[in-house]
Design a protein around this ligand. Structure first.
Ligand SMILES: *Cc1c(COP(=O)(O)O)cnc(C)c1O
Length: 369
């Protein structure tokens, strides 16, 4: 029996009546755009995040694009972001016409490294986008202090970290804005695309509501030039069902991570994620990422044994053809570049069984032992 990377079919089958009922209600109401189901999700997700406002949008990418636009970032503005992230973090900066400034990452946590960020500062640096990569909360105390010192706005990319906390507070609510994705495989995922922006700034929230909906306050009256990026009601209905399980699912992910950690202890040449098992709130394990110097062979070994694995991400931002225009050659970000060659993401989802984790562990031990 193979082991999937995530098991969304299983998750659906376990909660089928709740999903079908919620979706059926939206269909029967024929209220598909915005409306009460979306409003309820926005309110409940805001309560969950302990923020004032949540604005549902069409994707995590749009959440980032609209957040940057609402903050007034544009041509000439430089934006710091980690070199090892999903490409959307960088694309959003490109999209608003601002300048992508990749920053190297920390060797242990793989998160944005503030020393590297400090070296990239210029008088045009306007914003910093910490990415809570793999589900780990970035040190927002340090990042906010850095941002205050250098007059930068903090845009959190929390697309992989729904529910994680830093110093007791939920990520996504710690900077000027927090951006979330509800891509199906995320810790909180829809049955299609979706995203959200979180903020405690009422004026910014109002602007974001305009930006996602043709700049419109009233039908056919448009205050701002803007397009269409709304969270739709069917996705919101799914998210309303799933939000109730998010904490439990995150706990199960953490438990699986601890089991991987125990099982993989002492395996030669294999580096496991460094985290504090006493602080489950800091890491919601969107991904469990190991490092191996023989990554290609290891991936083949796992695949042959019917186990799925992934690489997040095989190419750092500055080495993509799309962003070659940044003019940052290989060697610019040594830690991110090394990670890209050695990291491997193991199967991780709330419903993963002890037995499945143990099977993956055994397979890794066979290979590296
Ligand atoms: C998934 C993801 C995004 C983009 O979200 P989409 O909903 O796929 O557009 C942005 N940043 C990070 C770190 C992500 O993992």
């Amino acid at each position: 029996m193979g082991i999937p990377f995530v098991d969304l079919k299983l998750q659906y089958s376990l909660h089928k009546p709740a999903f079908d009922e919620a979706l059926g209600r939206v269909c029967a109401s024929a209220s598909f755009i915005l409306g009460s189901v979306v409003e309820r999700f926005e309110k409940d997700f805001a309560d969950f995040l302990e923020v004032q406002e949540v604005i549902g949008v069409a994707s995590g990418t749009d959440a980032l694009c609209l957040a940057l636009e609402a903050l007034g970032l544009g041509p000439g503005d430089e934006v710091l972001l980690p070199a090892n992230t999903f490409v959307a973090t960088a694309y959003a900066v490109h999209r608003v016409g601002a300048i992508i400034v990749p920053v190297d990452v920390d060797r242990e946590s793989f998160l944005l490294d503030l020393d590297s960020a400090a070296r990239q500062l210029t008088d045009r640096t306007k914003a910093i986008i910490p990415v809570h990569l793999f589900g780990q909360a970035c040190d927002l105390d340090a990042i906010n202090a850095f941002a205050t010192r250098h007059n930068l706005v903090v845009v959190e990319d929390a697309a992989q970290a729904h529910g994680a906390r830093w110093a007791g507070r939920r990520v996504g609510g710690l900077g000027a804005v927090g951006c979330f994705s509800f891509y199906p495989g995320k810790n909180l995922g829809a049955f299609g695309d979706g995203g959200a922006v979180a903020t405690n700034d009422a004026a910014l929230a109002e602007k974001l509501r305009l930006l996602r909906n043709y700049g419109s306050t009233k039908k056919y009256l448009h205050n701002l030039p803007a397009g269409n990026s709304r969270l739709d009601s069917l996705q919101a209905a799914v998210l309303n069902v799933k939000l109730a399980f998010l904490e439990e699912w995150n706990r199960k992910r953490f438990r699986a991570a601890c089991r991987y950690r125990d099982g993989l202890q002492g395996v030669k040449n294999l580096q496991v994620p460094i985290f504090d098992p006493q602080k489950p709130e800091r890491h919601v394990f969107h991904l469990y990422v190991i490092q191996s110097p023989r990554r290609a062979e290891l991936l083949e070994h796992l695949t042959r044994a019917g186990m799925s694995a992934g690489i997040h991400y095989p190419v750092p931002i500055h080495l993509h053809q799309a962003y070659a225009y940044l003019g940052r050659p290989r060697g610019s970000y040594p830690v991110a570049e090394k990670l890209a060659d050695t990291i491997l993401s193991l199967p991780m989802f709330p419903e993963i069984t002890d037995q499945q984790v143990d099977t993956v562990v055994q397979c890794l031990r066979d290979f590296h032992g």
